[in-house]
Design a protein around this ligand. Structure first.
Ligand code: ADP
Ligand code: MG
Length: 697
């Protein structure tokens, strides 16, 4: 009986192939999807506002008589024709201003006519105006009736007008009264929270009765809305939990505990693990005993030492005769990991190779053959790892470093390299620290570990803002520091997200700095250089042969040169705080006092200055991420990649975090067998076709 809502939109009167195509563009195929196409805002046309009571900034419906109308040429940048219509009612005056109008339109707007208009009033030079209001000519003795409900304004697409969309929606809402929708919330929930039923909630959100409802809706506090917010969060969680269940049911590589191997590794290491690292290693070891595929996310601030934790995870896998794959987002980082793992595990009798996009022809064939036959135990690389030609002998674990740089499908592609029916263990590492509650909501399908302390002996990085006008002073200080044996990163960022432009900017800066710093050796890395060249520069910087390394933000992830103590970031204004924090994390790794210098525009808006101030006052990546989220919102900070493919329709992860707990409870409840019906209805309503993307290959 719920099938009514699954009817195609074309079963609605007035929706033909043309409109269907427009709805398609909005992701709407059936009635249910159209019902959940909720208004962006509402307009109040339920009453008239007398001109005398009209406020600047107010959107209002008014009725008044034309006193005078005429067009003239006005200078508005360039000369253009303007139509001005002066109106009055018994209480005041208003001018309408049109920049686009036809002659016939102008002719109809004659002195003495009455108009009903809807628009936003603005005070311009002491007088009230509306620019391009909606209007109709009316008979003042028989005005058309006013709207009974507030008027919804929908998200729409080109060629689909509000009025047309509203009409179709009204038709659908009338049908809804006869057909009702299947309830998705258990009765107890409706009663406990006093939520309206699903049909009533939809009616309210499409056609709120009064301003009180609208005020609540606009504050995202209306019960009709809250129930849907909780539902959408739960639906997301349920789909992740289901995915997790499916994965857990698959056979996984059998891993033997190997204390001797771990012991040998730790003895060769020139530091001891922090308690936080120890704890996370234990959590991983426990996972591997479970006879289920591990799916664990390890979060740790930049520099917290995730790499060595990954190495500890690899040991029992290799010890049990399986292969591991470690994927990093950049060649620079993959190369660095390769060197580290080589020194760590080759002495223990295992073999490591790297596989990058640059490995071509014969070299690549040889490497791929070694992977396929099982000659190599650990493969470290970039995206090249999940290409079709790469086959593993017996892949037991997949490690993804800096996972926020990868999409879900890329992770999946690598995982699917395991033997048929064998689900490799997965370890996912990230330094984009998102608050724990948020992480739990987004990654409900993953277990979660946090490395919440830095190795000892780090001194907090001092951060300061320097204006471009002081660039020369800065260069003088850089020279002094280099002469004293310090090393400097100089990062060029650009407003545009164009990699080519970024590289160009880095090249220009590099050339200039070489001239401005005679006697100092300056290097350059950016994404468009050959990887051998990049590697050459990084190694030279590591050895101390280069004192200044100019780079793009490619340096952001992972590069580890403990002796570098100064980080200069040009134009940090548009970068996210977390990203700047990541960059800053390249220094402060040794015992020396380190500095991060943000080279900013001379005129900085107070908003930007305040934002950057957060970095001066905080060192903790989690605190910084929280502030970043507050300032920029979850969508911007996390992006769709971070949210694991979840683009929410109604939910805003930051705004709605107060409902995470309820959503979690609801999801756990609906996972019970008894609620199978509600569960599938809920998934149908909120995830729809996306529910079919299954992570299990
Ligand atoms: P990230 O978490 O940012 O990936 P890395 O794994 O690159 O951090 O580690 C940063 C640096 O800290 C490396 O030079 C690493 O050798 C060092 N390190 C890691 N763990 C410890 C520790 N327990 N004690 C001292 N130094 C450590
Ligand atoms: Mg790292």
């Amino acid at each position: 009986m719920s099938d009514w809502s699954r009817d195609d939109v074309t079963t609605l009167k007035g929706v033909g192939p043309k409109l269907k195509e427009k709805f398609d563009r909005l992701g709407i195929q059936n009635k249910q999807q159209l019902l959940f196409h909720l208004p962006l805002r509402y307009e109040d046309r339920t009453h008239l506002t007398p001109l005398g009571a009209l406020q600047s900034g107010q959107r209002a419906l008014i009725e008044a008589e034309i006193l005078q109308a005429g067009s003239s040429f006005r200078r508005q940048g360039r000369f253009r024709r303007v139509l001005l219509v002066k109106l009055a009612d018994a209480t005041g005056f208003l001018t309408l201003r049109f920049f686009h109008f036809s002659n016939s339109q102008q002719q109809r707007l004659q002195k003495g006519q009455w108009l009903r208009c809807y628009g936003e009033a603005r005070t311009i030079m002491g007088a009230l105006e509306m620019v391009h209001p909606e209007y109709e000519i009316i008979n003042p003795d028989h005005p058309p009736p006013l709207e009974r409900f507030l008027t919804p304004v929908y998200p729409t697409t080109e060629g689909l007008h509000q009025i047309g969309l509203r009409k179709i929606m009204q038709q659908l809402l009338t049908e809804l009264q006869q057909h009702r929708m299947e309830e998705t919330l258990p009765d107890d929930w409706l009663r406990q929270y006093d939520f309206p039923g699903v049909s009533q909630a939809l009616q309210i959100l499409h056609n709120p009765l009064n301003q009180q409802d609208v005020a609540l809706i606009q504050a995202f506090e209306h019960p009709a809305q809250i129930r849907f917010i909780i539902e959408e969060l739960s639906a997301h969680r349920i789909s992740l939990l289901q995915r997790r269940q499916q994965t857990a049911a698959l056979p996984s590589p059998r891993v033997e505990d190997n204390p001797a191997l771990t012991q040998a590794f730790l003895e060769a290491l020139d530091f001891s693990l922090t308690p936080a690292q120890d704890r996370v290693v234990d959590e991983i070891t426990e996972d591997l005993k479970k006879n289920q595929p591990m799916m664990r996310l390890v979060q740790g601030d930049v520099g917290s030492g995730k790499t060595v934790v990954a190495a500890m995870a690899v040991l029992p896998i290799l010890g049990s005769g399986y292969q591991c794959a470690l994927m990093a987002p950049t060649e620079i980082l993959a190369e660095q990991h390769f060197k580290n793992f080589q020194s760590w595990i080759e002495s223990l009798g295992f073999s490591v190779i790297s596989l990058m996009g640059v490995d071509k022809g014969k070299k690549r064939q040889t490497k791929e053959a070694a992977i396929k036959t099982g000659q190599v135990d650990l493969v470290i690389g970039t995206h090249a790892l999940f290409q079709a030609s790469v086959e593993f002998h017996n892949l037991g674990m997949v490690i993804i470093d800096e996972q926020h740089r990868f999409g879900v499908d890329q992770r999946q592609a690598l995982r699917n390299k395991a033997r048929k029916n064998l689900m490799p263990h997965q370890l996912i590492m990230t330094a984009t620290p998102i608050p724990r509650t948020l992480a739990m909501a987004i990654y409900a399908d993953l277990d979660y570990s946090q490395i919440d302390e830095l190795p000892p002996g780090r001194t907090p990085v001092k951060t300061s803002l320097i204006a471009h006008s002081q660039r020369q002073d800065l260069i003088d200080s850089v020279r002094k520091a280099c002469v004293e044996g310090q090393q400097v990163y100089w990062v060029c960022t650009l407003i545009e997200e164009s990699e080519a432009l970024q590289c160009e900017a880095a090249e220009v800066t590099y050339t200039k700095l070489k001239q401005q710093l005679p006697g100092i050796s300056v290097g350059l890395v950016h994404g468009r250089m050959k990887s051998t060249q990049k590697e050459h520069e990084i190694q030279a910087f590591k050895r101390g042969d280069l004192q200044v390394l100019v780079s793009t933000t490619v340096i952001e992830v992972g590069v580890d040169v403990p002796n570098a103590s100064i980080m200069i970031i040009e134009n940090p204004e548009r970068l996210g705080l977390s990203q700047i924090h990541q960059l800053r994390g390249r220094v402060g790794r040794g015992h020396k006092q380190s500095y991060c210098i943000l080279l900013v525009k001379n005129e900085l808006s107070s908003q930007v200055a305040n934002r950057l101030e957060v970095l001066r006052n905080h060192q903790d990546g989690f605190v910084i991420a929280e502030k970043d989220l507050e300032i920029r919102g979850a969508g911007e900070v996390l992006g769709t990649r971070q949210t694991g493919e979840a683009s929410f329709r109604l939910v805003d992860l930051m705004r709605d975090k107060r409902w995470f707990k309820e959503a979690e409870q609801l999801a756990n409840l609906l996972m019970l067998e008894t609620y199978q019906h509600e569960r599938s209805q809920l998934l149908h309503n909120w995830i729809g076709h996306r529910a079919q993307y299954s992570d299990v290959g």
